[in-house]
Design a protein around this ligand. Structure first.
Ligand SMILES: Nc1nc2c(ncn2[C@@H]2O[C@H](COP(=O)(O)OP(=O)(O)OP(=O)(O)O)[C@@H](O)[C@H]2O)c(=O)[nH]1
Ligand SMILES: [Mg+2]
Length: 242
């Protein structure tokens, strides 16, 4: 079985070396693909210099900040071309504990999930060090998405996941329209519409330890209207696996 963790990066020089090391030391083997958007802080250069020590470390460098959604789409296409069995999404900033990759893996590989989600909201609210306003916004967004879509997923905006590669292939990443947080929602929504087995695994999410937050306004509007648009479009879409 082969695993690939995809991490999009933008200005993560404080985190990336430690993250590469942490993933390489896990008891399950994971290849790692970094999608760097020409980070001004030199994250891409650091990754390239690490490649001589970590043969399973790969990088796709893009010209500029093109957003998380398109970064994942490039990563997914690369992972499918390279025939990985399990494809993971994770952040570089240690909000996601790399050790949880192993639990996500077993949830798919042994417990039969098609998509395992590292969930903050499965048993209460497991978010550490986020300001209350941000926790509330994220939590309410999850409720809103559940109401509009009917999906029974507690953490709909989560970005820590393991997909069986077949799920990604059938989602057809190029068809996902949303970027930013909406991207994470639309990926889950499409997997759910396709009838895949989705399992949430409780995780503790910690605010980034180092580096600068990329959270900005505009996200609210995208998520609010984007989810309604996504639901509407789904009424005219036929979801089929091949
Ligand atoms: N390639 C690429 N990566 C990005 C982009 N925006 C964010 N990222 C990366 O995507 C991951 C998640 O972004 P974060 O900035 O941590 O988003 P967040 O967790 O909502 O907010 P903060 O942690 O407060 O910044 C991190 O690894 C970022 O470096 C982008 O435009 N391009
Ligand atoms: Mg973060």
């Amino acid at each position: 079985m082969s695993n690939i963790v995809i991490i999009p990066t933008y200005n993560e020089k404080e985190n990336i070396t430690e993250m590469v090391k942490a993933i390489s030391e896990l008891p399950v083997s994971f290849d790692l693909l970094i999608i760097d958007d020409n980070s001004p802080d030199g994250t891409g250069t650091i990754v390239k210099s690490l490649q001589q020590y970590y043969p399973n470390l790969f990088i796709i460098e893009r010209e500029g900040k093109l957003g998380l959604g398109t970064a994942y789409i490039e990563g997914f296409n690369w992972a499918l071309e390279h025939k990985y069995d399990y494809i993971f999404e994770m952040d570089a900033d240690f909000s996601h504990n790399p050790e949880d990759l192993v639990r996500l893996y077993y949830t798919c590989a042994e417990d039969g999930a098609d998509l395992a989600i590292g969930s903050r909201y499965i048993s209460g609210v497991n978010v550490v060090n986020w300001p209350l306003g941000r926790v509330l916004m994220s939590y309410c967004a999850s409720i809103y998405v559940r109401l509009v879509t009917g999906m029974r997923i507690k953490d709909t905006t989560a970005g820590f996941k393991c997909y069986r590669s077949d799920v990604i292939r059938n989602i057809k990443p190029g068809h996902i329209r949303a970027v930013g947080y909406g991207f994470q929602i639309e990926m889950k929504f499409t997997a759910w519409k396709l009838g895949y087995k989705i399992v949430e695994v409780p995780i503790v999410f910690t605010d980034r330890k180092a580096g600068i937050s990329k959270m900005s306004g505009g996200i609210f509007n995208e998520a609010f209207w984007g989810v309604l648009g996504m639901k509407l479009r789904s009424l005219f879409t036929k979801y089929e696996r091949v």
